[in-house]
Design a protein around this ligand. Sequence first.
Ligand SMILES: Cc1cc2nc3c(=O)[nH]c(=O)nc-3n(C[C@H](O)[C@H](O)[C@H](O)COP(=O)(O)OP(=O)(O)OC[C@H]3O[C@@H](n4cnc5c(N)ncnc54)[C@H](O)[C@@H]3O)c2cc1C
Length: 436
Amino acid sequence: MAEVPAESRFVIVGGGVHGLSTAWHLAQALRESGEEGSVVLLERDRLGSGASGISGGIVRNYYRSEAMTGVIAESVGIFESDPEGFGFHQVGYLAVVPERQREDLEAIAARQAQVGYDSELVVGNDACREYLEWLWPDVNSGGVAAALMEKRSGWADAAGTVRNLARKAREAGAQLFEGVDVTGISYDGGRACGVQTTAGEVACEAVIGAPGVWTPEWWQMQGLEPVVRHGGEEVPISEYWLAREGDFVLPGVGLSGSAGRSAPVVHYDMDEPLVSQRDGSVITDEPWGVYFRLGRTGEGIVGGALPLEMGDGFSIDPYGQENPEQMSGDDLSDFFVSGLAHFLKRFRGHAGEWEERPAGGVLALSPDRYPITDWSTPGVYSIVDAGHGFKMLAIGREVAGEVLGGVPSELLEPFRLSRFAEAATHVESRSPYPWT
Ligand SMILES: Cc1cc2nc3c(=O)[nH]c(=O)nc-3n(C[C@H](O)[C@H](O)[C@H](O)COP(=O)(O)OP(=O)(O)OC[C@H]3O[C@@H](n4cnc5c(N)ncnc54)[C@H](O)[C@@H]3O)c2cc1C
């Protein structure tokens, strides 16, 4: 393997989707502009060994924050530019919600229309029943008040996306290194001038960090306390949640709709009690939700449910699905299968017949649950993920423009660190999830 150079104009820390997209777009912009300079990306483990490699891969634009709609529309354009490379399945994304979330859905649909993101809104129980039964004759539309079909959304292959981004970054001229841990940042006169790594020092003009769930450590490397002043108090910059997901197969029973229609990704929120398929008990009488899509091979279902907040004493490392503490457990299984059976009658009465493979993983949410993209100390740009960033490939493109051209991106303006102090954080939705 090539040696890490002692100098590079730009150093990117972290080989997840954000770091890789930044490396690709930065190297491409340098090449196109004919400017001098190189791009080096340093990843302490393997590319995609953070959340990016285990992501459920759902690409949706279902967010109450208006700023998200614009960034995601641009990001979907990137997936659309190479659907095969990213393993992008543009099957649509259908959000189905009860009355308490109807206004959210109407606002999201209006914003999507504004930015030209093609979607179809259906409002009222009768209209939703007609719409949903057209897709699945055995659907339960009770309690449904609105549905939104995002036609440009779908899902992409997580590992395929990481690999494709790495390929594009290398082809554009970026150098990517695995197994190189960045242990410190060097400053000269208060401005970053290089990074210290397990493979020696690398001098640079600017450092761009996309450290995923390791953001607190990244903050400390810059001499910053890993907190943000939000809502009048100091809160941690990262709050940890367990995304509960799994692969589920009910032999002989699938998700396909009437006339063999392929199923969109479905997001189903409900406020009727959720009753266990296993023993008839009430699992919850609070608002709940499940999401699901067709499995990667066209069989089975990949899905998940509301995430769980991680308690104290939890350790990020080792990160990933080899760590049993970071996997969804039996509580997901009954919740998910019962949620699915609440929505589609074909899944009722089959408890005990499902073949399951638990998945999931740890997410780090920012204080208002949206990404932060900003210069965090002089010469250091940070992309702080908020637990739903797989789909947000355009962040890297915009960051590349900001770092190289010095011109702030309009799309990223709402994602600055200053929004916390200015109380200009994003709109909250009525969804039971912490991230919409
Ligand atoms: C189970 C699960 C399901 C998800 N499903 C979806 C979904 O369906 N749709 C969606 O949009 N999002 C989803 N997400 C969220 C999404 O995966 C993340 O938001 C996104 O991948 C974050 O990308 P990242 O590049 O910021 O971080 P990461 O992918 O975590 O990459 C950060 C990288 O930085 C490296 N690193 C950190 N510190 C250092 C250092 N000091 N030196 C060198 N390297 C370092 C790490 O090793 C890591 O590889 C899901 C997440 C999980 C866990």
